[in-house]
Design a protein around this ligand. Structure first.
Ligand SMILES: [Zn+2]
Length: 251
């Protein structure tokens, strides 16, 4: 079943926003679960997010196999397995970002507590785990290039929105494309702010109760306000229609 054109354009916009906001560079990727086939997802062929057009988007099965074989000039992302494994483990997830957002990396390397320091960043949660590929897979090139590694990462993510990847990056999962882009941008901001605050003195992090209170009062309007702003900055049209309906069952 083809993915509606407006949904594909939304995914192009997500790629461009993440690039424009400095969350991804030539590397990193974002996907959506297929709106009609919950056992499929859609993401670009391997290409820098800033360059992605709708015709670059490819439909994959959860095991990472393309639904239609790719021509030799269209290679898939080597790390697409991250996305399939998260969709497999998390029926509530409709969109996934994997990025190497620069300020986030130091926290995955050091094991330093990484927790919200500002209300806008609350959605990362107060319990951000770090997945270390070496624990179960030894010395690798650190890329998640098969389902076994991706499922291990998804287990570390658990029911959270964010997991760090030691010496590599992060995975951000959520209920909509606009949500995961929002949370990816504010994850980077939290990392920047926390590092700056560390040089000034002891940090007072948001409490679990404050995080819960922020999320309770956060409506889709928050995501829309940010999305419209980021669309303008990225030179992309702002589509006001909600993109995600109820999850359809696998067929
Ligand atoms: Zn990566």
């Amino acid at each position: 079943m083809p993915v509606p054109a407006d949904v594909l354009e939304e995914l192009v916009t997500a790629n461009r926003i993440l690039a424009n906001e400095g969350i991804v560079d030539a590397f990193g990727h974002v996907s959506i679960r297929h709106p009609e086939r919950s056992d499929h997802y859609v993401m670009s062929r391997a290409r820098a997010p800033e360059c992605i057009e709708a015709e670059d988007l490819v439909e994959f099965r959860l095991d990472g196999a393309p639904v239609t074989p790719l021509t030799p000039d269209r290679k898939p992302y080597a790390e697409r397995f991250i996305h399939g494994a998260v969709y497999e483990a998390r029926p509530d997830v409709r969109a996934v970002v994997h990025h190497h957002s620069p300020s986030v990396i130091p926290f995955g390397i050091t094991g330093t507590k990484f927790s919200p320091v500002m209300h806008m960043c609350a959605s990362m949660g107060t319990d951000v785990p770090t997945w270390d590929s070496r624990t179960h897979f030894g010395d690798t090139n650190l890329l998640v290039t098969d389902l076994a590694m991706a499922r291990d990462l998804a287990r570390t993510l658990g029911d959270r929105r964010v997991a760090l990847m030691r010496g590599h990056g992060a995975v951000v999962a959520g209920g909509s494309l606009r949500e995961v882009v929002f949370n990816s941008v504010y994850l980077e901001l939290n990392a920047e702010l926390q590092m700056k605050a560390t040089s000034l003195g002891e940090i007072t992090f948001l409490s679990d109760g404050e995080v819960a209170a922020v999320l309770k009062t956060r409506s889709s309007f928050t995501f829309e306000r940010a999305w419209e702003y980021w669309c303008r900055r990225a030179g992309r049209p702002y589509d006001t229609r909600p993109m995600e309906g109820p999850l359809a069952g696998a067929s």
